[in-house]
Design a protein around this ligand. Structure first.
Ligand code: NAD
Length: 362
């Protein structure tokens, strides 16, 4: 297969983790006989430093033409005091809006060997492997009318969902469940909110088209509690924008370091794949950032943008085998383990990917 994958390294540790992720894409191409073109464009602070806007037209045009986009992170303290149109972070919001990326996938899994790196007891967290699927372009964050009253005494937002918006994200949830353990937990607040009642109705109707997938419904407050009490009981959590924002952070927090978490944002055109973390200016340029969130995002890119499931699993297997051997970046290290930098971790994962026999599946 020949594909063009646009790299947007961005700021801070972004270029370091994207370089690591690009080395894994090249290794996948070499092992499986693909050709990946990897053009690069500057966005965020990296664009501002060249006198360009946070999302230059050429970067957006290149994004539209690519098969998928791999982004590092944006955010640069040098621009924190500027007006909002000249802040690096506006690049990210603009690219999501321009590409209509309505489905946000945030997997949270506990890698074997890292069961004790999060805040929960090992016995509670072991076996956790869930996917939080969040609706990203509707609901309370975009609903109109919104505003603060002229006298400042009140404020309002609008939560609105159409059947179309619910159905297209629910379809993504059912399709994703089919590739996993075939269970969807649809999360809402149908005891209180009309939008949630419509959500539940649409998801229930759609379930008839996916008889191989089991669907349950849960209120968001119960779900938040159950993620902390029995995280391993979830497969796909399907939910709207605000609930997904909160639940995906909770799910991410229980599996350990922020540096481990990948994500994908999908629409009907090219998808955007990025680690969950930000530009981490406090550790930038020191070869200590964990590249696994970015490399996990490569696995998601292979799976969701290019339909290369075998290749995606090979990348995940390589990450798992390296972690099982006790190789750790600084954010994960404990005394008995081998501590490596960003480039060395990427090289270990690349070696495991190219010599899979030595790296049995997690
Ligand atoms: P952050 O995610 O950059 O960092 C939070 C903490 O986690 C820091 O201590 C950092 O060193 C650590 N960390 C993050 N990624 C790591 C990794 N891969 N390996 C090891 N440690 C890691 O969040 P922040 O400090 O709140 O924000 C810094 C900048 O990033 C801000 O400008 C913010 O706006 C931006 N940001 C961007 C994105 C994005 O591009 N998607 C997301 C969040 C924040």
């Amino acid at each position: 297969m020949r594909s063009s994958i646009l790299l947007l390294p961005g700021d801070g540790i972004g270029p370091e983790v994207v370089a690591a992720a690009a080395s894994i894409l090249r290794a996948v191409a070499s092992r499986f006989g693909h050709q990946f073109d990897l053009p690069e464009a500057a966005i965020g602070g990296a664009a501002l430093r060249r006198g360009l806007p946070p999302l230059p037209d050429e970067a957006l045009a290149a994004a539209r033409e690519s098969s998928a986009i791999l982004l590092g992170a944006v955010g640069d303290p040098a621009f924190d005091k500027g007006d909002s149109s000249r802040r690096p972070e506006t690049a990210l919001l603009a690219v999501r809006r321009e590409l209509q990326l309505y489905a946000n996938f945030r997997p949270a899994r506990v890698w074997p060997g890292l069961e004790d790196s999060g805040p929960l007891k090992q016995s509670v967290v072991a076996g956790t492997d869930m996917l939080v699927l969040r609706e990203l372009t509707g609901g309370l964050y975009y609903g109109e009318p919104r505003g603060i009253a002229a006298d400042g005494a009140s404020a309002h937002n609008t939560m609105r969902y159409s059947r179309h918006e619910i159905e297209r994200i629910a379809r993504r949830g059912f399709e994703a469940a089919r590739t996993r353990r075939k269970h969807v937990m649809s999360v809402d607040k149908a005891n209180v909110l009309e939008t949630s009642r419509l959500w539940r109705q649409v998801v229930t109707n759609l379930a008839a088209e996916y008889p191989d997938v089991t669907v349950d419904h849960m209120y968001v407050d119960s779900c938040a509690m159950k993620i902390a009490l029995a995280p391993a009981s979830f497969d796909v959590i399907l939910t709207e924008n605000l609930f997904g924002d909160i639940l995906s952070d909770e799910a991410g927090a229980i599996v350990g370091s922020l540096g481990l978490l990948p994500s994908a944002s999908l629409g009907d055109g090219p998808g955007l794949f990025e680690p969950v973390h930000g530009s981490a200016p406090d550790i930038a340029g020191r070869n200590i950032a964990n590249p696994i969130g970015a490399i996990g995002s490569v696995a998601m890119l292979l799976r969701h943008a290019l339909a290369l499931e075998t290749e995606a699993r090979a990348v995940e297997d390589a990450i798992g085998s390296v972690l099982r051997r006790g190789v750790r970046t600084a954010d994960l290290v404990d005394r008995s383990e081998q501590r490596v930098g960003t480039r060395e971790m990427a090289a270990e994962i690349e070696a495991a990917l190219l010599a899979p026999a030595a790296a049995p599946r997690a």
